[in-house]
Design a protein around this ligand. Sequence first.
Ligand code: MN
Length: 478
Amino acid sequence: MKTFWFITGSQFLYGEETLRQVEADSKEIVAGLKLPFPVEYKLTAKTESEIEKVVKEANYDDDCAGIITFCHTFSPSKMWINGLTLLQKPWLHLHTQFNETIPNEAIDMDYMNLHQSAHGDREHGFIGARLRAPRTVVAGYWADPAVQEKIAQWQRACIGAEFSRSLKIVRFGDNMREVAVTEGDKVEVQIKLGWQVNTWPVGDLVKEMNAVTDAEIDALMNEYASLYTYDEKDTDPIRYQAREEIAIEKILVREGAKAFSNTFQDLHGMRQLPGLAAQHLMSKGYGFGAEGDWKTAGMTAIIKAMYPDGTASFMEDYTYDYKHELILGSHMLEVCPSIAADKPRIEVHHLGIGDKEPPARLVFEGKAGKAKVLSLVDMGGRLRLIAQDVTCEKPFQDMPNLPVARAMWRPEPSFFEGLECWIIAGGAHHTVLSYDVTAQALRDFTRIMGIELVVIDKDTTPVSFERDLKISDIIYGR
Ligand code: MN
């Protein structure tokens, strides 16, 4: 289980009794944090050597996903420099105070010595700023649920960062011919995000598919039956998708990979483009990208890792309804059923692209609600993550002849301005659609990974947005 370490800053100046109280109060704060991942009180740091030691321990502990620091008293920051310059784990500076209010009678100089984070955390903040250290600062009373939610979102970003740094992506086939936005510098991505993106021959996948047994397919068909509805009369195409899914997952497990991409242009030896197979694998937490889009595959997997009980899917902007100001999102097959409003149906239909047999796929409507669409693009010299706030709506018509899963949403700040901003930023047609990820978690994640984030939300205007992108080009030297 990933754990976060709580380190309280202090010094010897105030005497043993104060230090004992600092430790007791720190433990009470930690016990009072109701977060998705556990926090462990580590120590009250009083010397340079203690700080350096605990930072080194954090760096080498695979279970430590980040450190939280707080200065109950003053903690001179020169003694933090050597430790913090070695820090390789994400850092949250919790600017809180043990007591919520100032007591009238109890306050005296001893009280002031103990409860001086207003003072100590400023010294601590300075050294973070002076070191230009990437960090998240959260200010507020530690017991306040809003403060804890900010810490929780940072924790999710840290989990995403850990996941990202060990992420392996299997590519079956190359990117779709001639497409630009799904391309990218895999070496740069591994340096920045840690992803190992490598290719496996489709022939190996076919070999694996041929080795799948009927018993394995029967077991997966039982799982499909428990989750989805389908016509029992002709299950052959569905069984073929099960065969594909089992073979793909065997390769993913063997390679320790959590995401994969494929392309309809390279299905040699396969009878169907994986549809249901890719959809059901996504619902189990794997990232997926079509047309060789390994960047969206990786981001889908990361968002799923950050919000394991949440909803996230590979998605594609398809068609507009200008009158209703809605985007119809879908794909030729591969939308994750985690976003479904109702029980998905397995259907088998002809697919004009790819020149293969009609593939089985899940058909459903995406649920209504606030969400985000994310696109990771390679700007040449840097990676840009674009995040846009959207509102998903129940589709206003049933579109009976559209044989794929679909979702409809309206982008912020308004339909047309939202489109303008997305296009200005270079956002792709492929996205991750997530109902859970927050702007703060994305800010924290991109800060930890050292990549660019651009957000399009209700406050964005195309004019200021374009200027911000130009400033960003200057920041990144291009
Ligand atoms: Mn596509």
